[in-house]
Unconditional design. Structure first.
Length: 243
């Protein structure tokens, strides 16, 4: 069970605890709500941190209340006869009855099998990877155009005896600085945007992923700069300075 930030856990039938993102829509501890065609009122006894099932807020209750919500007045001989989708435990299971009728899943496997989760993630990941490819092309063209505009400068540098490898290092350093500044500004703007997003919009900042993608984007910027080095190596000092 999640750790509560307000109230207490459910103890009686028709008691529920709700996620903070549901509470933000206007609910608080002690409120009574109705769900679907269930005729009895449900009492909110506690609130836990923001949580989602796909894109919907989460509600926890006891087995008896859930059975009534799901199956109405359908009678069951005992609690053992009531259907259960899953049993979750943090401890290692050493003995299981009727093991042949059960599927044993780890937490990541369970999450991957949530309806629509894998398809949604695949779509989002494909968009991200495509953006990396697009960013590579845009940065490469950007660095190439900047390089062409500096042909005269590179010509003067070569005429002064500065070698190609030194100019190449400066281009790579410039690409690195552009990548760092670009990703830094993007992260700041994204974070500020998250502060004004509506609570109903599922949005979470996973810093480890942000840092990974930032590293990739900086690497992409450097790779983009590498494409312009060849054109620098071909610059003729006499032609570049108008001789």
């Amino acid at each position: 069970m999640p750790k509560l930030t307000q109230g207490e856990n459910f103890k009686n039938k028709n008691d529920i605890i709700i996620s903070q993102n549901l509470a933000d829509t206007g609910y608080q501890v002690g409120d009574k709500i109705n769900i679907g065609q269930y005729e009895e009122d449900l009492t909110i006894t506690g609130i836990f941190p923001e949580s989602y099932y796909t894109v919907s807020p989460v509600v926890y209750t006891d087995l008896e209340t859930w059975t009534s919500l799901k199956f109405g007045d359908q009678p069951f001989a005992s609690d053992e006869e009531k259907p259960i989708n899953a049993i979750a435990t943090e401890e290692k299971v050493t003995q299981v009855e009727n093991e042949e009728d059960l599927d044993l899943l780890t937490t990541p496997e369970l999450i991957e099998n949530i309806p629509g989760y894998s398809a949604q993630n695949l779509t989002l990941d494909a968009m991200i990877y495509f953006l990396f490819v697009t960013a590579t092309a845009v940065i490469g063209i950007f660095m190439y155009v900047i390089t062409l505009q500096k042909n005269a400068i590179f010509g003067v540098m070569k005429a002064q005896g500065i070698r190609n490898w030194f100019i190449a290092k400066s281009i790579i350093a410039q690409s690195f600085v552009i990548g760092i500044l670009g990703t830094g500004v993007a992260m700041i703007l994204a974070y500020l945007t998250s502060l004004v997003l509506p609570t109903a919009m599922p949005f979470a900042i996973i810093w480890s992923q942000w840092l990974l993608y930032s590293f990739v984007l900086v690497s992409v910027a450097i790779i983009g700069g590498l494409f312009s080095i060849r054109s620098v190596a071909k610059v003729d000092p006499i032609t570049a300075i108008g001789g």
